[in-house]
Ligand binder design. Sequence first.
Ligand code: CA
Length: 265
Amino acid sequence: MLSISFGAATDTGAVREVNEDCMTAARGIAAVADGMGGHAAGDVASHLAVARLEHLQDAKTALNPDDLLAAIVDANGDILDSVASDRARDGMGTTLCGVGVVCVGGVDHWIVFNVGDSRVYRLNDDVLTQVTVDHSEVQELVAAGLLSREEARVDPRRNVVTRSLGTDPAPQADVWVFPPTPGERFLVCSDGLTLEIDDEQIAAVMRSEPDAQRAADALVAAAVSAGGRDNVTAVVVDVELPVDHSAVETDTAPRSELQSRGDVS
Ligand code: CA
């Protein structure tokens, strides 16, 4: 399996009293859930969603994309059951997005999954791109050409999500599956981060701070000091690809010479 290192940080922010974000980063999965609902019910919803992914992290065998999709459906059911048992939780829900390792055709791949307006970004060759597409009213306006990306960040409708967990029928999760690339890095974050700092500021931290934990800490600190109007969560994922020793065989120099130069370990 891919060797992954994580850094994770979360903060209630400067305004809210409860942190309704929840995150997990272990084994092959990093995810963020951003809960919504009165009476701290959002906190219940986001924890229920993350609990289903933590169950997957305990799996003894390699995961496949269907395992992830089933866990998201199960998490949705858990939230509906919780509402049914306590009507004070009526209307509670959560976003859920993240990146994980799945086995496809016997080979490790990334899976990026998303329901709602938390995000997964990917840094590759110093270029930051948003992998996920927000399920939000303002994203639909951006797609229609009626708002710019920058206008969407500050539009009063930015909090309206068009897809979330806690609905009947269960929401359809967006999924992307692709092979790993050496040197790439991911960020999973709640909208409390992207509300306060823009993509260029995020990219600057992701490029300049090689340690995943320090990068996550710096991103959350930047969002809180920029206003911290919402809960802020960031998980940074780094991957170490195994060194391909077969590449040495393509070198035309005699083996003894390579060894004497210290190129072969
Ligand atoms: Ca939020």
